[in-house]
Design a protein around this ligand. Structure first.
Ligand code: QAP
Ligand code: CO
Length: 189
C-alpha cells in the first residue's frame, strides 16, 4: 500500500475542514483525477455528497449522488442524481425545509438542520461547461451542505451549541481511542 496515494476522509475536529477553498481555474486545473478519487471514497463510505475539502484538497469542487432528487435545468428535466459541481454558487433560494443531516466528516451523528427548500445553483460541470440547475428536495439540502464545506462550515455549526459540543467531544474521544466508525478507511488509487 502506498500511503501517499491514499485518499481518506478528514474527520472533525480538524483545522483543514475550516479552510475556505480556492476557485478552480478551469484553464489550468485538471480536476478529473480528483473527482474520480472523490467518487471512489464517497461510494466506499455510502455517502451522498462530498466536498474536496473533506479529502484535504482546498479547491471548490463538490460531488453528489442523490437518489431522490428534484432537479431540472433549462433544456430538460434531470433524471439522475449524480453531479460534479466546480465553482458552484447559489444564485437564488426560496422556502425553508428541515432535513436530518449527516456528514462523512462527522461520522456516526445526524441532526436536523434548516436549509432553503429550493435553490438555483450555477457551476461548471466535469467537462467545464457552465450550467445552471434548479434543485429541490434532498439534492437542494445536499448542495447547500457541500458548498458550506467549501467555506469551512459544517452542519454542526447550524445546530445548538450544546449538541455541537457533545458531538465534538465524542469525536475527539473516538479519535484518541482510534475507533473507526465508518466501514471504510479510504481508498487506494
Ligand atoms: C450530506 O452526507 C447530507 O455518519 C452528505 O456513519 C446528508 O453523505 C446533506 C454518512 C444528509 C443533506 C442530508 C454519514 C455515512 C454519509 C455517517 C453524507 C455514516 C455513514 C453522509
Ligand atoms: Co459533509
Amino acid at each position: 500500500m502506498r500511503e501517499e496515494n491514499k485518499t481518506e476522509i478528514i474527520v472533525a475536529p480538524d483545522h483543514r475542514l475550516r479552510l475556505t477553498a480556492d476557485p478552480v481555474d478551469l484553464t489550468f486545473d485538471n480536476v478529473a483525477e480528483l473527482v474520480e478519487k472523490m467518487f471512489a471514497v464517497m461510494q466506499a463510505s455510502d455517502g451522498i455528497g462530498l466536498a474536496a475539502t473533506q479529502v484535504g484538497i482546498n479547491k471548490r469542487v463538490i460531488i453528489m449522488d442523490v437518489d431522490h432528487i428534484g432537479a431540472y435545468d433549462d433544456s430538460s428535466s434531470i433524471k439522475h442524481g449524480k453531479f460534479v459541481m466546480i465553482n458552484p454558487t447559489i444564485t437564488e433560494r426560496s422556502g425553508e425545509a428541515r432535513w436530518k443531516e449527516g456528514c462523512l466528516s462527522v461520522p456516526g451523528f445526524s441532526e436536523d438542520v434548516t436549509r432553503s427548500l429550493e435553490v438555483t445553483v450555477t457551476f461548471n460541470d466535469e467537462t467545464g461547461e457552465k450550467r445552471s440547475i434548479n434543485a429541490g428536495g434532498l439534492l437542494a439540502a445536499c448542495i447547500q451542505h457541500e458548498i458550506d464545506h467549501l467555506d469551512g462550515v459544517l452542519f454542526i455549526d447550524h445546530i445548538s451549541l450544546l449538541k455541537k459540543d457533545i458531538i465534538v467531544k465524542k469525536l475527539k474521544k473516538f479519535k484518541k481511542k482510534g475507533v473507526l466508525i465508518l466501514g471504510s478507511s479510504g481508498v487506494d488509487m
